[in-house]
Design a protein. Structure first.
Lengths: 323, 100
C-alpha cells in the first residue's frame, strides 16, 4: 500500500485537496469552502469542500471539475485509481442523510461529451445495402437488439437512434465502439423495422426525433453495404463509479476508491469508448427523493480528491497524522 | 399564464434579468451540459428576446416539460429502457410540474 503523508498536491485533479482555501476547479453547484468548526471532526485544520444536496433541478446540477483546465488526459489502456474522501456533515431539515452519485464523465479527443447513445453495444449489426443520400430506408443485416414492427414509436425516440460507422471516416470507422453519426451529427432515428424476407435482413424507415419521415442526408463519408451500425440507446448520463452512496452524519470520513482500465459501453466503470479526457463528477441531485425545497439541505464534506495513473494497482491511503 | 423559452448558454449575456422571472444564469434550470437554460415570464415576451436568435420558440408549461424530462437535457441515473427509467421519467415530470 502506498502512503501519502499530509495534505499535498497529488494526482491529476486540479486543487484536489482545496489546500489553498478556494474551490477552484470544483465550483459548480451549491458549495463552499469549509474551514471547519468545533464539532466537525474535519481532517486537520485545513480546508475541505462543503456541498448541499437535494433531489433537484439543474441549477443544483452535478458538481464537476469544470474549469477550463479540468479536462484530464487519459489513456484507457492504462490503469487508474479514482478516489474521493467524503463525510456526511448535516442532515436536511427533514432529517435526510447526505446522498450522492459519484464517479466521472468521459470526453473524446475534441472534448465532446460521450453519451451512451454514441457507444456501440446494443443492436450491433451492419448495413446490408448501401445507404445513400436521399434514401428513405436503411437496411440492416440483423434485427437482434432492435425493436421491430410496422410502428416502433412506442419505444421512446432516444432509444431508436440509427448509429453509423462510415468505413472511411477518420474518427468513427472502428466498428461498434464510438460514433457521433446518427446522434450529435446528422441525427437519425427509425420508426419502423420490418423484415424484407431476405434472410435476416430488416428495413428501417428513417425519421427524425418527432417521428416524421426523413430521407438520409449524410454525405460526408459513404456508407456502403457492410458499414457497421448500432442502435443508439440513452441511459445513465454519467459514469457512476461508486453508485449512490449515503454518508450518515456522525460517521467518520470514508474513502471511495476504484481502480480500473479499459473501455466499454457503461455508466459505471471503466471508461467509455474513445475516452481521451476525464472530469470528476459528483451528482448531488437525483440521489434524494423529491423533497426539494426543504432548507437547510443535507450537507457533505469532500477532501483529497484523487485521480492517478496507477499501473501497479497500488492502493493509496492518506496518512492523516501530524496535521 | 407563464411562458417559457429555452436559450442557448452562449446568449446568457444578452438576458435582461429584471424583465424575467429568474435573476441570474445560475438560478435557471440548465441542461446537463450547461449549453442551454430555461427562462420564463408572464404576459408578452420581453423585447430583448427579439435580439437573441439562439433560442427556442415560446412554450407553455405543459409543452416545455418534455424538453426538461429528456436525456438531452436532464441527468439520468437509470439504465435505458428499464423499469427504473420509467420511474425516473415519472419523478422528473412530477418534479418539474412543481418547480417551474
Amino acid at each position: 500500500m502506498g502512503v501519502v503523508n499530509g495534505k499535498q498536491h497529488f494526482g491529476s485533479f486540479y486543487n484536489g485537496d482545496f489546500e489553498d482555501g478556494s474551490r477552484d476547479g470544483w465550483a459548480v453547484g451549491t458549495s463552499a469552502i469549509f474551514s471547519g468548526d468545533s464539532n466537525d471532526d474535519i481532517e486537520g485544520s485545513n480546508y475541505s469542500l462543503r456541498t448541499s444536496s437535494r433531489w433537484s433541478s439543474a441549477s443544483w446540477n452535478n458538481l464537476t471539475s469544470v474549469s477550463g483546465d479540468s479536462y484530464i488526459p487519459v489513456d484507457p489502456s492504462k490503469t487508474y485509481t479514482l478516489s474521493y474522501r467524503v463525510k456526511g456533515y448535516r442532515t436536511s431539515s427533514t432529517g435526510r442523510q447526505p446522498q450522492h452519485y459519484l464517479g466521472f464523465t468521459c470526453w473524446d479527443s475534441s472534448k465532446r461529451f460521450i453519451d451512451l447513445r454514441n457507444c456501440g453495444g446494443v443492436g450491433n449489426t451492419t448495413l446490408s445495402r448501401a445507404l445513400n443520400p436521399g434514401d428513405a430506408y436503411a437496411y440492416i443485416s440483423s434485427s437482434s437488439g432492435w425493436p421491430t414492427g410496422s410502428d416502433t414509436t412506442g419505444t421512446a425516440y432516444y432509444f431508436r437512434n440509427v448509429m453509423l460507422y462510415p468505413p472511411t471516416h477518420p474518427e468513427f470507422s472502428a466498428a461498434h465502439r464510438y460514433t457521433r453519426i446518427g446522434y450529435n451529427e446528422n441525427s437519425l432515428y427509425y420508426r419502423a423495422a420490418e423484415a424484407t424476407g431476405s434472410g435476416s435482413e430488416y428495413r428501417l424507415r428513417l425519421c427524425n426525433s418527432s417521428n416524421n419521415d426523413i430521407n438520409f442526408s449524410y454525405s460526408a463519408y459513404p456508407c456502403p453495404a457492410g458499414t457497421p451500425v448500432h442502435r443508439g440507446v440513452a441511459g445513465g448520463t454519467y459514469n457512476y463509479t461508486f453508485s449512490r452512496k449515503t454518508y450518515t452524519v456522525g460517521n467518520d470520513w470514508s474513502t471511495q476508491l476504484a481502480t480500473f482500465s479499459g473501455e466499454s459501453r457503461n455508466s459505471g466503470q471503466p471508461f467509455r469508448y474513445d475516452t481521451a479526457y476525464l472530469r470528476a463528477m459528483i451528482l448531488h441531485n437525483y440521489a434524494h427523493p423529491n423533497d426539494g425545497g426543504s432548507y437547510p439541505y443535507s450537507e457533505t464534506l469532500w477532501d483529497r480528491m484523487l485521480f492517478i495513473e496507477n499501473e501497479s494497482g497500488t492502493k493509496y491511503e492518506f496518512n492523516l497524522s501530524g496535521q | 399564464m407563464k411562458k417559457y423559452v429555452i436559450v442557448e448558454s452562449t446568449a446568457a449575456a444578452s438576458i435582461r434579468w429584471f424583465m424575467i422571472d429568474q435573476n441570474s444564469f445560475e438560478e435557471c434550470e440548465r441542461s446537463h451540459l450547461d449549453d442551454r437554460f430555461l427562462i420564463s415570464y408572464s404576459g408578452t415576451a420581453p423585447e430583448f428576446l427579439d435580439n437573441i436568435s439562439a433560442k427556442s420558440q415560446e412554450y407553455t408549461k405543459e409543452e416545455v416539460i418534455p424538453f426538461l424530462v429528456d436525456p438531452d437535457w436532464s441527468v439520468f441515473t437509470s439504465i435505458g429502457e428499464s423499469d427504473d427509467w420509467e420511474n425516473e421519467i415519472t419523478r422528473k415530470n412530477t418534479f418539474y410540474e412543481g418547480i417551474i
